[in-house]
Write a protein that binds this ligand. Structure first.
Ligand code: PLP
Length: 394
């Protein structure tokens, strides 16, 4: 297409979009579809945060802020990183952007030269490869298999490094697998990063959604030298149910943060002022709602996990965090007569009226991803539908 630049010719739309569009179409025709594709908490933003946003508008705080974020918000983020992660940063080591997604986009733009490689563990969040490619970089995939709990090993990382490797992405807890790297596993990976002089991009957006007493640990906590080569990316979308507010941030090396801020000053300018004020309250105010939502997710997981595991041909690892389940359904797809899991997913939608995301979008084509960010009642109904569908066709 001559209207479009080369850089977008191979851009693939987000894997969740196609299925969401189809589900919407069916809904509009009056079909009772249950959507388990969502990547966002189903709770409203906590009241104290809404109030802080309203107050800021009433006070007239409706103008531009510094491109990298309000000083008071940076202080609230610094306090959060200290309190939750025992990480100390200065204001020039933190930048606020328009959601963690755009912060990552900006980060790749400022660190990658043409042909630089970024190691992306499979299964991956859909936007990493596209963002790396848009910055001229090359995604290099390393597969964390189900037998490895969808995590990569230090040896795999070492084997994937070339002279062009610039960075490795660690997303723990992971979207889509919900798996969490232990401190020991992170230490092994960090050792390779130090040996090979790699930047570590640590996407910790699901930090607050951890279950079974498992604790989140940031790779940057390992040592001062690991911290110096790590860019921590986080935000309030998942922790405080603030997906639509679009606030994320990065913390790390001052020169990288400075370049990101300069780039933002020419692209987005600041993140929306009202949303920044809301986020100050999200971090400085009561954290009670964060824990209440976490508990709600955990209790749903406890109900839904055994039921999902009971579906014939579904192999399900119990996630430790985030709000997704990633069953391997290759056997179910095959036994019910489908050539691929993608076809099985389409049939689940059109015949069982349950929308899930095919794992092919995450580099794990034998799996499907379903989100439990929806009511328990709907979740149970959805799993029953899938179970009946599989049994009727087996
Ligand atoms: N990183 C991961 C792994 C995600 O799943 C998401 C959201 O789906 C993001 C980053 C982006 O979050 P935000 O809404 O802050 O852009």
């Amino acid at each position: 297409n001559h209207l479009l630049a080369n850089r977008v010719q191979t851009l693939t739309p987000s894997a969740t979009l196609a299925i969401t569009a189809k589900a919407k179409e069916l809904k509009e025709q009056g079909v009772d579809v249950i959507g388990l594709g969502a990547g966002e908490p189903d709770f409203n933003t906590p009241e104290n945060i809404l109030q802080a946003a309203k107050d800021s508008m009433d006070k007239g705080f409706t103008k531009y802020t510094p491109a990298g974020g309000l000083p008071a918000l940076k202080q609230a983020i610094i306090a959060k990183l200290e309190r939750d992660n025992q990480l100390a940063y200065k204001a020039n080591e933190v930048m606020v952007g328009v959601g963690a997604k755009h912060v990552l986009y900006t980060l790749f733009q400022v660190i990658l030269n043409e042909g630089d490689e970024v190691i992306i563990p499979i299964p991956y969040w859909v936007s990493y490869p596209e963002q790396v490619k848009l910055a001229g970089g090359k995604p290099v995939y390393v597969e964390g298999t189900a037998a490895q709990q969808y995590k990569i090993t230090a040896q795999q990382l070492r084997d994937a490094v070339t002279a062009k490797t610039k960075a490795v992405i660690i997303n723990s807890p992971s979207n889509p697998s919900g798996m969490i790297y232990s401190k020991e596993e992170l230490a092994e990976l960090a050792k390779v990063a130090e040996e090979k002089d790699l930047l570590i991009i640590s996407d910790e957006i699901y930090e607050k959604l951890v279950y079974d007493g498992v604790e989140h640990y940031s790779i940057a906590q390992l040592s001062a030298s690991v911290k110096a080569r790590t860019i921590v990316v986080n935000g309030v979308a998942k922790s405080h149910s603030m997906t639509g507010w679009r606030i994320g941030y990065a913390a790390g090396d001052a020169s990288i943060i400075n370049a990101m801020t300069d780039l933002a000053s020419h692209s987005t300018s600041n993140a929306t002022t009202t949303a920044q004020y809301a986020t100050i309250e999200a971090y400085n105010g009561s954290q009670e709602a964060v824990e209440t939502m976490r508990q709600a997710f955990e209790s749903r997981l406890e109900v839904i996990y055994p039921k999902l595991s009971a579906i014939p041909g579904f192999q399900v690892l119990k996630p430790q965090g985030a709000f997704y389940l990633l069953p391997d359904v290759s056997e179910a797809a095959q036994k019910t007569g489908y050539d691929s899991v993608d076809d099985f997913v389409t049939a689940l939608l059109t015949e069982a009226n349950v929308a899930v995301v095919p794992g092919s979008g995450f580099g794990a084509p034998s799996t499907i991803r379903l989100s439990y960010a929806t009511s328990l009642e709907l979740l149970e109904e959805a799993v029953t539908r899938m179970h009946n569908f599989v049994e009727s066709k087996w």
